[in-house]
Design a protein around this ligand. Sequence first.
Ligand code: BJ8
Length: 440
Amino acid sequence: MSVEEHRKLLSEINVDVDRHAKMMNMGLESYKTQFMSQKNRPEAMKYFDWFMSEIQGQRIAEINELRKQKKPAVGAFCIFVPEEIIVGAGGACFGLCGGSPATIADAETELPRNICPLIKSAHGFKLQRTCAYTQSSDFIYGETTCEAKKKTWEILNKHHPVHVMNIPHMKRDKDLKMWKEEIVEFKEHIEEVTGKKLSLEEMLEGTRIINEKRKALLRLDSLRGLNPEVMPITGKDALFVTQMGFLDDPKRYTQKVNELCDELEKRVEDKISVFEKDTPRLMILGTPIAPPNWKLHTAVEGSGGAIINEESCIGHRYYKDNVDIDNIKNEDDLMEELMKRYSAVDCACFTPNTPRIDKILQMYKDRKADGVIYYTLSFCHTYNVESFLVTEALEAAGIPCLVIESDYSPEDAGQIKTRVEAFLESISFKKKANKLKSKS
Ligand code: BJ8
C-alpha cells in the first residue's frame, strides 16, 4: 500500500505527509534492492516483506486504534523500557525511527554535530514530523544511559512529551534498589496516561507476551548461528526480522517468527544453506543497528561473508534474558524480577561491564564463529572506549577482530567494504591453513 492510502490518518497525527512519502518511497526501494533480490529466501520472509510495505501504514493505524481506546503508546530508543508494563496495559511499545541520515541536518539546527548519529537522526525525525511512530506516541521513553541522550531529552521535551527513567551506571545494591523504584514510577506514569490502575494479572500477562517474543528471537538466533554446516537464512534477513520486532504487535510477531523458525528448522534438517560451505562466519558486536542502517550487513554479505549473530541491543542483548515469573505472589515480586531482568542487560553505560566480555567469548565459542566485527556508531563514547577491553580479550583468545566506527552517511560504504574484504580474505586464508595443518 502506498502512503497515499494512509494520508488521512498520517495528517491526523500531524505527519508531514509529502516529505514522509518521499522518504518512505526511497526506503521501500532500498529494501526491494537489498533484501528482496536475495536468492533462496525462506518463504516465511513474505510476512516481513508485507510488514515493511505497511510499516508506516497499517501498523500505525493499529497503534492509533489502541490510543482511541485509551491504551498507552510509547516510543523508545533503548531496550531498558519496561515494555511488559505497557503491553500489560493493552498498549503498544515501539522503537522510534533513528537510523536514517535524511533527518540529521535538521537535528543539527538544535544539537551539536559531534554526537552520535542515532540521537541526531531520531531528533531530526521529530523536528521534520516524518516518523509516524514518533507522532503516534503518547510520550517518548528517555533514559540516562549516555550523556548525549540525557541532555537531548531536555530539548526533545520541548517538541514532544518525554518521560525519563534514571538508569544507574553501576550495579551495586543501592543502584538496583533505585532501579526498581524507577520501574514502579514508570508503571505509575502509564497509569496516569491511561487513567486506570494496572492489576498484577495484567502486568503478568504483558510479561508472558514479551517473554514469548524474546524466546522466539532466541530460537531464531540459534537456528541461524549455531550450526556451521547449514546457515538457513542470511544475516541481513535475520537482522531485519529482529528490527521489526521493535515495531510489530508482539503476539502476531511472535507467531510469525516461530513460523519462520519452523521453516528454518526444516531447512537445517534438509541441509538447505543460503551460504556456500566454508563461508566465513562473523559475529557483530556493539551499538544498535536501527533500520534502515543496513550498511555493515550489506558490506559483509556482499563480500562473501555471513553474519551469524548481532551482540547488540537490536540483537542478542535484547532477547538473551527473560523475566522469571514462576514465583510471583504480588506486585513487589514482579517489580523485583523486572529489575533483575533489566539489570542483566550488559550495555556499555555500566562500569564495570566485564560480564559482557565473558558473554562474547562464550558466544563465539558456542557458534564456532570465524571472527568478529566490533561496530560502533561515531561519537558513541561508551562503546568506543569499551572496545579497548573487548578487543584485548579477543586478542588474548586468538579471535580475529575488525573494528569499524561509522555513521549513517553513505560516504564510507566503499571504504568499509574494502576493509571487510581484506578481513574476510585473511580469515579464509587462516581457515585453509588450519585445514591443511589438520590433514598433515
Ligand atoms: S541498552 S546500547 S539501546 S543505551 S545513543 S549509547 S549508540 S551514544 S543506544 Fe543503547 Fe540502551 Fe545501551 Fe542498548 Fe552510544 Fe548513541 Fe548513546 Fe546509544
